[in-house]
Write a protein that binds this ligand. Structure first.
Ligand SMILES: [Zn+2]
Length: 389
């Protein structure tokens, strides 16, 4: 049994001052308490300067794109970013695999214990099988030609099976409201509803908002007239998702850079398990714009945090994402940020029976966050993360 203590323990829900986490030899949480005054108690406790928190959950990543680090220019906007991803996607398989292994190690060193990972193929199966992290793979569908919808779904099911055969969690998900024919969109959301979970890019860019509001613009010009078969039905990207989603499907909406208060209310009235997944470093990289984080905090909507991929980020670090949110939205409490990075992500990915909080019997890992501004309870530029378990 290890007794690990810090100035504060963040349980996944709240802080305990001078908290102690009891962890057994298998890494399971045996209990939580406050540090007593007796010498004997202190003697058996490892005390760390900082905050002890459960392992971080990276709610959104694309490990398949790890070889694109530094390749795509910043602030190019969404349509040009999509063009670049398409042109750099195909690469030598060994190079892609070694970049994925490196990305996995990077995440492990950053205190990440689980990842919601978008995949278009089975290229990441081996890496995920070898990894110490828990992955939920979202097998992504994406095609605007309705004649290919049945073929696309059959292919996605085959990819999903190749993960499941190796004991890895996987489900099918549509890429975004703008990149699938109506038929493929409907089939893909039906598959997601069957698995009880969906992860879809939502309201990420000006181009996407313009496409749905005006049925024209850069994205319409790039993707072409196949979009015209569904665009008239929707005035906003989110409404396309809400048309098909079940109330009880865990719905991870990714980015939400242009999401309004009305959108949040619309989603919550249709779906009881909506998680607004923020990837601020990626938003700054592609569009140099951030979502209205105060809006989510004020309405008390469930938020989680992701890194997105190395094609639109310089690192795969949840701590780095939290630092960006801290400096852009200083009024956001640290207890909120840490909850978003731990328990909320675990709940959204249906991994909360094992991960995300220091509840007895879970194996969430334990991290030390050092160099905290305790006076204001804030992360600082110098805050570092270290795995204790
Ligand atoms: Zn993404």
């Amino acid at each position: 049994m290890r007794l690990i203590a810090g100035h504060y323990v963040f349980t996944g829900r709240e802080f305990i001052k001078n908290g102690v986490v009891e962890i057994d030899s298998a890494g399971k949480i045996a209990g939580l308490s406050s540090l007593g005054d007796t010498a004997i108690e202190r003697e058996h406790t490892e005390f760390f300067n900082g905050i002890i928190t459960p392992g971080f959950i990276n709610a959104h990543c694309h490990s398949e794109l790890s070889h694109m680090k530094g390749v795509i220019p910043q602030h190019s906007g969404m349509t040009d970013f999509c063009k670049s991803v398409i042109s750099y996607r195909n690469i030598d398989v060994d190079k892609q695999l070694s970049a994925m292994y490196e990305a996995d190690k990077l995440m492990e060193n950053e205190g990440i214990v689980a990842v919601g990972d978008i995949s278009n193929s089975d290229a990441s199966v081996r890496m995920k099988k070898d990894s110490r992290l828990t992955y939920h793979t979202f097998v992504e569908t994406l095609n605007l030609n309705p004649c290919l919808a049945d073929e696309n779904i059959a292919k996605a099911k085959a990819v999903k099976r190749s993960f499941e055969r190796e004991g890895l969690r996987a489900s099918i998900t549509p890429h975004a409201p703008y990149s699938l024919s109506e038929k493929l969109f409907e089939l893909s959301v039906a598959e997601a509803n069957r698995s009880g979970i969906i992860s879809i890019h939502n309201e990420e860019s000006c181009d996407e908002m313009e496409l749905f509001a005006k049925k024209q613009g850069k994205m319409r010009n790039f993707f072409g007239k196949e979009m015209d078969s569904f665009l008239p039905q929707y005035d906003n990207p989110l409404h396309r998702i809400l048309k098909y989603i079940d109330a009880e499907t865990s719905m991870l909406l990714i980015h939400n850079t242009h999401t309004s208060e009305q959108d949040i209310r619309d989603a919550l009235s249709r779906n009881r398990k909506t998680t607004w997944t923020l990837c601020p470093a990626s938003n700054l990289y592609i569009e140099n714009r951030l979502p209205d984080v105060n809006l989510f905090a004020t309405i008390n909507a469930r938020v989680a945090v992701g890194t997105d991929s190395l094609s639109s980020n310089t690192n795969l670090s949840i701590l780095q994402e939290l630092k960006i949110l801290t400096s852009a939205f200083p009024e956001t409490g640290l207890h909120n940020l840490l909850r978003w990075a731990t328990l909320n992500g675990a709940e959204a990915l249906n991994l909360d029976s094992e991960l995300g909080s220091f509840d007895r019997g879970k194996r969430p890992g334990a991290l030390l966050l050092s160099a905290i501004d305790f006076k204001n309870m804030k992360l600082t530029d110098n805050t570092k993360v270290k795995r204790l378990i």
